[in-house]
Ligand binder design. Structure first.
Ligand SMILES: O=c1[nH]c(=O)c2[nH]c(=O)[nH]c2[nH]1
Length: 323
């Protein structure tokens, strides 16, 4: 038998928190001053409507009695955490998801001594601008009406700890998730292992449908706050790089594609430490082709199971390319 009190909390998993905290902030600070890149029209956003689905997870030795003894004297109710996040959305004066997470996480650590570390993450809830007549025969984005979007969205995460009374960043991650792209031609998948288990025909020209999550870390995790917008990497620009590279390159696999996207992202953003990919193969299956003209095909949904790829890259991959 182990002695209950002898086990250090850092040896065990112990945390609790709240997820799916949806928060909507109108008239947040606009995101401006970003660096432009050739692959993207995105140069900023007004943040008239900033939506986030937030997750918070707190850690601390003082929470052990709540698990072990049913003693809630140090427990901040997760319902209160939700209220805390919502309240602070009103005080946040920055322009990025990551900045908000760092702000709220730091406020948690400053407010509650029993919290030793907090992991804050969020998916941005996207709203698209909609064109309305500008009164001069053209169109301009409405400044009050937005379309609810279920397209790809920005992701942010900060893992913060208290050290000698100060809040320090232990870990940080940014990303863009649930990108879905289809390229109707100029994709191949050939040259793979042919053995007694192989039934998939080689395809010189397939219609490739990918699901893609891209995550990145910075050399300096504070850069993700966006306080220096020239150095901030917006999810929209990374998304645009992915689609431009897909457009430009004839790739022989999703593996080949994510590598090419990674090279471009690292080339554009030297301030990044690492880029990570999680991709899913959602490629449709051909139903009719040979009797149709040109590149025309009829396709159908693929059956489960789904192929996936995971890959991480850093600037050493870029150096390899330059040689
Ligand atoms: O891009 C692909 N990579 C694979 O590894 C693979 N495997 C498969 O069956 N189809 C594909 N497509």
């Amino acid at each position: 038998m182990t002695d209950d009190n002898s086990r250090e909390t850092d040896e065990r998993t112990m945390n609790y928190g709240k997820k799916h905290v949806n928060v909507y902030r109108t008239y947040a600070t606009p995101l401006t001053g970003l660096r432009e890149i050739p692959e993207s029209e995105f140069t900023g956003k007004p943040n008239t409507l900033l939506g986030m689905e937030v997750r918070t997870q707190v850690e601390g030795e003082k929470f052990l009695p709540s698990f072990r003894d049913g003693d809630n004297s140090n427990v901040v109710a997760t319902d209160s955490m939700k209220n805390f996040i919502l309240h602070h959305a009103g005080d946040y004066d920055g322009a990025t998801v990551e900045g908000f997470l760092h702000y709220v996480g730091s406020e948690f650590l400053d407010t509650y001594d029993q919290m030793e570390a907090v992991r804050m993450s969020a998916d941005e809830l996207q709203f698209d601008e909609r064109p309305v007549p500008d009164g001069e025969g053209g169109f301009e984005p409405s400044d009050v009406v937005f379309r609810v979007s279920d397209n790809e969205s920005a992701f942010g995460e900060y893992y913060l700890k208290r050290e000698d009374g100060d809040v320090v960043i232990e870990d940080q991650r940014s990303g863009v998730t649930d990108i879905e792209l289809v390229k109707v031609k100029d994709n191949s998948f050939v040259g793979y292992v042919q053995d007694e288990y192989t039934t998939l025909p080689e395809r010189e020209n397939r219609t490739l449908y990918i699901g893609l999550d891209i995550f990145w870390t910075y050399d300096d995790p504070e850069t993700a706050l966006g306080d220096d917008p020239e150095e901030y990497v917006p999810a929209e620009q990374v998304r645009d790089i992915a689609q431009v590279v897909f457009h430009e390159q004839d790739v022989n696999s999703i593996q080949d594609l994510v590598y090419q996207i990674g090279l471009r992202v690292l080339e554009r953003f030297p301030q990044l430490a690492e880029v990570n990919f999680e991709s899913r193969n959602q490629t449709w299956l051909g139903v009719r082709k040979d009797d149709l003209e040109g590149d025309a095909k009829v396709l159908r949904e693929p059956p489960r199971p789904t192929g996936f790829q995971r890959f991480s890259m850093d600037h050493s991959d870029l150096e390899g390319e330059a040689e």
